[in-house]
Write a protein that binds this ligand. Structure first.
Ligand SMILES: *Cc1c(COP(=O)(O)O)cnc(C)c1O
Length: 360
């Protein structure tokens, strides 16, 4: 084990979670969403580890997809933000990438292009997220234009994206799905709408393709449900070590700004992780960390390379002991809530200097 902050990546858990996604949607094909460096887990590592477990990959940007091809990844790859110029379109075709089409400008580029082959496309429909996609009233006209493009592969798929699928109380997901189905009902193309939350909680959204992201990494996308409850296992565990232990007198303050003051004589552990590693600076006083399988509270501000933990109530802790910040035994969702954020940002935010240990 490295002495400095490191993440341990549990590949067995990653594969288990992919199988779990399939169990939720046994009829669907599975497109693993591995954008943003596979949510901080390593783009190529995750793609290779899942090769036998998924049908395709989705990334946000072209350069992520090119990195996968350069690493000899063979499966279908959908680029969620697609191309926005003729050069990018040519690049995508050269690397056999698939593009989401969401603006008329992209259709113009496709019409003007004279590609040596065809590009496989996914037409995105705006059903309520109000980010990317064509509004339903534009759907037929755009589809007709695309069907006449010599550069477009004949089989056009359809997709949409949900805004509120993590909230079981909100019927917006049902409304979005109805609008999507109504818009595409006369066409035979493959349909895809479900992200992780929809796969888990909204059975009707499991259409021809599902697009799990967060659940693959073993975190819960649902507001009020744990990953364990959904049969998911955390892939990333973030570890650091205690590098000093010190006695504080009642009344002493800790860290920048002196935001925490010892109410009694206190035993304090200094731990080798900070926001420079991706630990959230906004983690509140009392955010749990795990030492020797026991929860102990963060105190004082998170600094760049260190945090401080109150270990007064726990005997036998030594300098050099390992500390778990999130992962196996401490859900990243819980830490995220303590920092007023979501698990996505914590996983994506792991920085370059954090070492990676792979556990098969
Ligand atoms: C990121 C993304 C997903 C995956 O979302 P999760 O909530 O991580 O499952 C699916 N579809 C699209 C279009 C996305 O951008």
């Amino acid at each position: 084990m490295p002495a400095a902050a490191h993440i341990e990546l549990n590949i067995t858990a990653l594969r288990h979670n992919a199988c779990r996604a399939r169990e939720f949607a046994p009829e669907a094909k599975l497109m693993a969403v591995i954008k943003a460096n596979a949510y901080g887990h390593g783009l190529v590592l995750v793609a290779n580890s899942l090769a036998e477990f998924v049908d395709a990959y989705a990334v946000a940007r072209i350069d992520e997809a090119v990195r996968l091809r350069a690493a000899n990844v063979q499966r279908r790859i959908l680029v969620l933000q697609g191309f926005s110029s003729l050069d990018e379109l040519k690049l995508m075709q050269r690397y056999q990438l698939e593009s989401v089409i969401y603006t008329e400008q992209q259709v113009d580029i496709l019409e003007a292009a004279n590609l040596p082959g065809t590009l496989t496309i996914w037409l995105k429909i705006e059903t309520g997220m109000n980010r990317l996609g064509f509004r339903p009233e534009r759907f037929v006209a755009v589809l007709q234009r695309l069907q006449q493009c010599s550069s477009v592969h004949a089989e056009i798929s359809f997709m949409t994206h949900f805004a509120n699928a993590d909230d079981l109380q909100d019927n917006k997901t049902t409304q979005q799905l109805q609008l999507f189905n109504e818009t595409t009902k006369n066409y035979s193309g493959a349909k895809s709408s479900a992200n992780s939350a929809a796969i888990i909680a909204w059975p009707a959204t499991r259409q021809d393709w599902v697009r799990p992201g967060l659940m693959l990494y073993g975190a819960s996308p649902m507001l009020q449900q744990t990953a364990q409850h959904q049969g998911l296992v955390p892939v990333m565990s973030l570890y650091a070590r205690i590098i000093a232990i010190k006695q504080l007198k009642k009344g002493a303050t800790v860290g920048y700004g002196g935001t925490w003051q010892a109410a009694k004589n206190t035993l304090l552990a200094v731990v080798s992780i900070g926001y420079g590693d991706g630990y959230p600076r906004h983690a509140k006083q009392g955010t749990p960390v795990l030492i020797n399988n026991q929860r102990m509270p963060l105190v004082g501000r998170v600094s760049m390379d260190m945090i401080t933990v109150d270990i007064t109530e726990h005997a036998g802790i030594k300098s050099g002991d390992q500390v778990l910040l999130w992962g196996d035994g401490l859900p990243v969702e819980e830490v995220a809530a303590c920092a007023d954020t979501i698990p996505y940002t914590l996983l994506c935010g792991i920085t370059q200097r954090v070492q990676i240990v792979i556990k098969e």
